[in-house]
Every structure is written in C-alpha cells, then in structure tokens.
Design a protein around this ligand. Structure first.
Ligand code: DQA
Length: 139
C-alpha cells in the first residue's frame, strides 16, 4: 500500500512553531516513528509552503497512490485550487489537522478541501496522521 502525507505551509516548523498548539516534536522525528509502526505501508512525505507545489504533488500521486493524507494547513481555509485538485483525482484523500480547528478562530472552520475528501481527522495532535493511515488500512 502506497500512502503519501502532504503537508502545507509552516508545517516545516513543527517542533518550533506554537508548541502549545502543535506540540514540540519535529515532523521528521514523528515521521520516522510512523514508518516504524507501519512497515507494511510504503509511506512517503512531502511538505511545501507553495500552493502550486502542493497541487502538483496531488496531481502526481493522485492516480497511482492508495491514499493521500493532506494537511493543507492555512491553505485549507483559502485554496479553491487545492480543493479542485482533490476533486479531480482518483486517489482517496483524508484531510488531517493536528489541532482541533473547530475550537479555534472562525476562519479555521471553513475548508475548501472537506467537500472532496473521504474523511477528516482533527484535534489529535500528531496522532491525527496515524489515525488517517489506519483509516486507509480498514478498506
Ligand atoms: C492546521 C490548522 C490550520 O488552521 C493552520 O493554519 C495550520 C495547521 C493543523 O494541523 O492544525 O497551519 O492545519
């Protein structure tokens, strides 16, 4: 099974960025733990602060991978383009957020991606990514 985690803007700062909201672990450390937990999954990751690069990665993987785990970060709340990319591919997408966006500012309650995804996992810290992997394994 081939699954990719696609992370959007500022998620390269995990570990340093607002640790009370996002925790103190780097994504690289967490990702190695995840790979150890799911040796049967071919798990890769991609991060970009650039909207078009995220769209390109969704196109590149969206017809051959078994699952895309997408944390589009702030673009979740603004990007018609990323929403359209998710709508246009065949690979199922799970939208993930580390924080519970519904407990936060109202602008974070809107997602341009949500209408096109299989499901949404938010608020479980970094564990949100693991839950998303498990959701694909249930198929
Ligand atoms: C986030 C929530 C977004 O609102 C925010 O802009 C992020 C991260 C999360 O994982 O909780 O950058 O997607």
């Amino acid at each position: 099974m081939k699954i990719i985690i696609v992370n959007g803007p500022n998620l390269n700062l995990l570990g340093k960025r607002e640790p009370t909201v996002y925790g103190s672990q780097t994504f690289e450390d967490y990702f190695s733990e995840l790979q150890g937990k799911f040796p049967e999954v071919t798990l890769t990751s991609f991060q970009s602060n650039i909207e078009g690069e995220i769209i390109d990665k969704i196109h590149e993987t969206g017809f051959s991978y078994d699952g895309i785990i997408l944390n589009a970060a702030a673009y979740t709340h603004t990007s018609v383009g990323i929403g359209d990319a998710v709508k246009g591919i065949e690979t199922p997408v799970v939208e993930v957020h580390i924080s519970n966006v519904y407990q936060r500012e109202s602008f974070r309650h809107t997602s341009y991606i949500a209408p096109h995804v299989k499901g949404i996992i938010a608020g479980f810290g970094m564990q949100s990514y693991e839950l998303a992997i498990r959701s694909f394994m249930k198929d």
